[in-house]
Design a protein around this ligand. Structure first.
Ligand code: GDP
Ligand code: IMO
Ligand code: MG
Length: 442
């Protein structure tokens, strides 16, 4: 038995959409297993190769590499309807799907009525709404914690229709108490009963796919010496405990989520890869201290194509927030940083970076007042941009001096090396620093 073999974790350090899916796809050839540990179809992970774009919501981002087993862990919430659509997008023969995709039977199901509830809660919140993706994430995790949720293993049991009916009934009562009319809510363009019929068809399809227990599957793989990469969804600042509550998602997006969502002991976590954009974006409501409100935001949005992969909503754009990044690095124990979307800043003359917050009397270099609602005033350092294309650069070390200075400043602030820079959406647009201590480079 190989007790020293560890699982690496890759996660987002901002408010999601950092480009995690792309990096997982690039790293997958070095791993035997890629495993999602939390979240659900609120995630949208984009992969681009051979002029094709794919957006994955539940299926791990290692799926396009044959030979890699993709695990959907116990910490993930599953919507069969959305998984079925993802499977259609892959266009794989059933045999290929069955050998490369497995689901933990402890994973909880998102019922159609969870999605109704999500919509009802958001309607009732009015201006205070979270800006949920309306995929039923909050209500599904609520039922899980309340010990009334339904798991994939329940779906294959004889009593499932009874369990389903009971839980749906509870949801419907709640929705009616909230004063929301079910007929006013459309789910992916369908009325409730049509959606529910499709959901049950999709559940049958899901039941045909291999089921595992992720804690046994992953630990046995590690014992055999297999390489495992745990793929996070969302980002540290959307974490249920450490994000800007209540404007967060309902799962642990940080490294502890990988332990709980796959059954890996903390002592078996190896590298923690932290992915961040060269600037910041946020979709949905909630504090965003470095948000830009002038034409620079429109420019970043256009150049970076900052529109939600799951909802299509325009993402709010802002400058890089180093105190927030440092906080995310701290709570995750990040060992290697990966910066994406460097190319989006190619034409920015002066790049602003938040290095502190003005508290009135002095400046704080850490993320202040995580619990409070008072306005955070960023203190910026202005950096000269590189103002050239990165398209033909084939080595990290050959990047423009101003970009290397930008990277050095980030490393200095957070005290973790930036080992990888992504310079475009395609799988090929990636630069790895010479001598970077990646787990497969020894
Ligand atoms: P994820 O949720 O973290 O996987 O990120 P998303 O897929 O939601 O959003 C990232 C977007 O940026 C996608 O459209 C990617 O194709 C794209 N992307 C990833 N890396 C880069 C990069 O280095 N440069 C540019 N321009 N786009 C990138
Ligand atoms: P990936 O994995 C960006 C945001 C929503 C909302 C809040 C709560 O693609 O990075 P939820 O539907 O979870 O109840 O919404 O979290 N959010 C994301 N933002 N990327 C994501 O995932 C997100 N998943 C949820 O916009 O503000
Ligand atoms: Mg995304």
């Amino acid at each position: 038995m190989n007790n020293t073999n560890k699982a690496d974790v890759l996660l987002g350090l901002q408010w999601g959409d950092e480009g995690k899916g792309k990096i997982v796809d690039v790293f997958t050839p070095h791993y035997n297993i890629v495993a999602r540990f939390q979240g659900g179809p609120n995630a949208g992970h984009t992969l681009v190769f051979e002029n094709q774009k794919y957006v994955l919501h539940t299926i791990p981002s290692g799926i396009f590499h044959s030979g890699c087993v993709n695990v959907v862990g116990n910490g993930v919430v599953l919507d069969p309807f959305i998984i079925s659509k993802e499977l259609d997008q892959l266009c794989f023969p059933v045999s290929r799907i069955k050998e490369s995709l497995v689901f933990c039977e402890k994973a909880h199901l998102i019922l159609p009525s969870h999605r109704l509830l999500d919509a009802a809660y958001e309607m009732k919140k009015g201006d205070a709404r979270i800006g949920s993706t309306l995929k039923g994430i909050g209500p599904a995790y609520t039922d899980k914690t309340a010990r009334s949720g339904l798991r994939l293993c329940d779906a294959v049991s004889d009593g499932f229709s009874h369990l389903y009916k009971n839980l749906k009934e509870q949801h419907m009562q709640l929705i009616s108490t909230l004063g929301v009319d079910v007929d006013d809510v459309m789910l992916d363009g369908l009325c409730f009963s049509d959606y529910e019929a499709h959901w049950f068809d999709a559940l049958e399809r899901l039941k045909e796919l291999p089921r595992i227990n992720s804690e046994l599957f992953i630990n046995e793989a590690l014992n055999r010496g297999d390489r495992v990469l745990a793929e996070g969804a969302q980002g540290a600042l959307l974490d249920i405990n450490f994000g800007s509550y209540p404007f967060v998602t309902s799962s642990s997006t940080t490294v502890s989520g990988a332990c709980a969502g796959l059954g890996i002991a903390p002592s078996r976590i190896g590298e923690v890869f932290g992915v961040f954009k060269s600037y910041c974006t946020r979709v949905g409501s909630g504090p965003f201290p470095t948000e830009i409100h002038d034409e620079n935001a429109t420019r970043l949005r256009d150049l970076g194509q900052e529109y939600g992969s799951t909802t299509g909503r325009p993402r709010r754009c802002g400058w890089l927030d180093l105190p927030a990044l440092k906080y995310a690095v701290m709570i995750n124990g990040v060992t290697r940083l990966l910066m994406t979307k460097a190319d989006v800043l190619n034409t920015t003359g002066i790049i602003r970076v938040c290095v502190a917050y003005d508290t009135g009397d002095n400046q704080r270099h850490s993320l202040p007042n995580v619990c409070g609602t008072s306005e955070q005033k960023p203190v910026y350092r202005d950096m000269k941009g590189w103002q050239c294309s990165l398209e033909h650069i084939d080595r990290f070390e050959a990047l423009p001096e101003e970009l290397l200075r930008y990277v050095a400043m980030i490393e200095d602030f957070v005290d973790v090396p930036v080992d990888v820079i992504s310079t475009g959406p395609d799988r090929k647009e990636i630069l790895i620093r010479k001598g970077a201590q990646l787990p497969w480079s020894e």
